[in-house]
Design a protein around this ligand. Sequence first.
Ligand SMILES: Nc1ncnc2c1ncn2[C@@H]1O[C@H](COP(=O)(O)OP(=O)(O)OP(=O)(O)O)[C@@H](O)[C@H]1O
Length: 288
Amino acid sequence: MNSQQTQFSSDEATQKPATPFVSQFDTQSSKKDAKVTNVKLSTSDVHVYYGEAEAIKGIDLNIYENEVIAFIGPSGCGKSTFLRTLNRMNDTIDSCRVSGKVMLDNQDIYDPNLDVVLLRAQVGMVFQKPNPFPKSIFDNVAYGPKLHGLARDKYDLEEIVEGSLRKAGLWEEVKDRLNQPGTGLSGGQQQRLCIARTIAVSPEVILMDEPCSALDPIATAKVEELISELSTQYTIAIVTHSMQQAARVSDRTAYFHLGDLIEVNSTEKVFTQPDHQLTEAYITGRFG
Ligand SMILES: Nc1ncnc2c1ncn2[C@@H]1O[C@H](COP(=O)(O)OP(=O)(O)OP(=O)(O)O)[C@@H](O)[C@H]1O
């Protein structure tokens, strides 16, 4: 952390009394204490640059198997940029350069010999805006398994599609119209279709970049419920602007500020007794 941030936080800290986040809504909604299991993804000294500008300033973070970790922080602090380092989505941006190490289990994901298409199946991504392919509901989900040769035959493919739609909580709503376009579904259904598409290639990790920001409260509740169900099987990292959402769905929360990772702790601790005054200023609404 640089001196400018310290200055900012101490100035801010004197301006208003803290409103404990805990009083704003029920902390019982905080999902559970952090599960400490195997490390699934690990970043060491990760820096990200867009041209000359440093957006991520050396982040070390372990993400554990089957946890849901939420990334929160003010706009522009680097949450999405950091999330995208976890499956090399930043490779698609010409001006972007990543240094440091990101390990998925024992595999260095920035190894030049690594198959990036396979990596993005292992570490899938769900975006802010639902982005189904202009194909049928069935083909949206079948696309990845076909590409990766995951189905032995037509029946196997049908099973994968049905299983993925069931896991995404969408099967009952679409089973009678699998041949209709995915783009014809409601926004919430489209997002669950995109989650089904991600699940269909058997990922180990699912990255979610503000997956509910384009959804209404009912569709949001469905996706949040889904995240909790999926966390029994997958490791999930989610960027969210909603602290309530982070509290509802995540085991741990990481607070970012100006490209630094300021604090990562159990979600309950971050929202009730944060270690750092910058985190406290954010969760009590003094800035962000
Ligand atoms: N494609 C890009 N080219 C240049 N700069 C970028 C690009 N994407 C992000 N940035 C810059 O990197 C910094 C971090 O942006 P990022 O989108 O990761 O933050 P964020 O915390 O996810 O923000 P938000 O909450 O607003 O989505 C910002 O200064 C942003 O302007």
